[in-house]
Design a protein around this ligand. Structure first.
Ligand SMILES: C[S@@+](CC[C@H](N)C(=O)[O-])C[C@H]1O[C@@H](n2cnc3c(N)ncnc32)[C@H](O)[C@@H]1O
Length: 289
């Protein structure tokens, strides 16, 4: 169908590593408490990307039937190769390839803001059984403060990022990324307007400070930043291949890897207090019974 997201916006490793932290078992009590998904449900995740939320849903709801759908075929291939026990399918949220009333739960994370509200919610209401649950998750602002050894930039790096900045902005415009963004007040209002009932919202603040966690989680957090930064460099081949040469990309990757090697080397020896704090919003409504 397409692969613009996984080649021009966020590569699979960036999403998989960062989302695994957002849907880790440490946060299970909040999510499962809010979701209220009954055992044996048929769950559809819309815009599942590389499959991190489906992977957690599989662990948290072992007796549920879980399907992950995304427009991007490369994400779906990636998800199929890494997340067992889930049906992954390429498809469009605006024209879901399922009959009416075929799911008990629809769920999505950071997808609603990219798709026209009428078709996004209209299609979910069509495939939900009466009384079924629609859950929308989205990130609401976050803090990211890298350690000095990661943040420092050479003139070479500064020059490249300045040269390519417009390509990132153009891609956002060209693909309508974030075009249908809703603030914390608008999301529940729109869900209600679309016909969902009993709307509830909830928030969780996810603290990803490596120095304040166990060594395994600390490494996972730093690895997710590394994947994000390395993917941003690799994406230059697709976004700005005419402007940035292979030699520059290789040098940039080498510099980035070196920064993260230094950061990992400091773990447990010298605290850096670098952090990422993500605020996650969850909204939930039910289809008319
Ligand atoms: C910000 S990413 C989030 C991916 C995943 N939910 C996660 O949290 O890692 C948005 C996702 O929505 C998908 N997407 C965008 N428009 C779509 C559509 N019309 N139908 C299905 N998926 C769509 C993109 O391909 C991408 O995977």
């Amino acid at each position: 169908m397409s692969n613009y997201w996984s080649t021009l916006v966020q590569l699979p490793d960036t999403l998989m590593t960062s989302r695994r932290l957002r849907f880790s078992d440490r946060l299970k009590a909040f999510y499962t408490g809010f979701f209220g998904i009954p055992g044996g449900s048929k769950i559809l995740e819309i815009g599942c990307g590389p499959g991190a939320l489906c992977e957690s849903l599989r662990r948290w709801y072992p007796d549920c039937d879980i399907t992950g759908l995304d427009l991007d075929e490369d994400f779906i291939s990636y998800a199929k190769s890494r997340v067992p026990g889930v049906n992954f399918i390429v498809g469009n949220a605006e024209k879901l390839p399922f009959p009416n009333h075929s799911f008990d739960v629809t769920i999505s994370n950071t997808v609603a803001e990219h798709i026209d509200h009428g078709s996004f919610f209209g299609e979910q209401l069509r495939v939900l059984r009466p009384g079924g649950v629609c859950i929308v998750l989205s990130t609401r602002g976050s803090t990211h403060l890298p350690a000095p050894c990661i943040a420092e930039e050479s003139d070479f790096e500064r020059d490249i990022w300045r040269r390519v900045e417009r390509h990132f902005l153009e891609t956002k415009d060209n693909f309508g990324i974030g075009k249908f963004a809703m603030n914390e007040q608008e999301l529940p209002q729109i869900m209600e307007k679309m016909g969902l009932m009993n709307i509830e919202t909830g928030y969780i603040s996810i603290d990803l400070t490596p120095d304040c966690t166990d060594p395994e989680t600390a490494s996972e957090i730093i690895e997710s930043w590394r994947a994000n930064d390395i993917d941003a460099v690799k994406m230059l081949r697709n976004l700005a291949g005419d402007e940035v040469g292979e030699g520059e990309i290789a040098r940039l990757i080498g510099l980035t890897e070196e920064k993260y090697r230094r950061r990992l080397g400091l773990l447990g020896r010298e605290r850096q207090w670098d952090c990422e704090v993500v605020q996650m919003m969850a909204a939930r409504g039910t289809a008319r019974g």
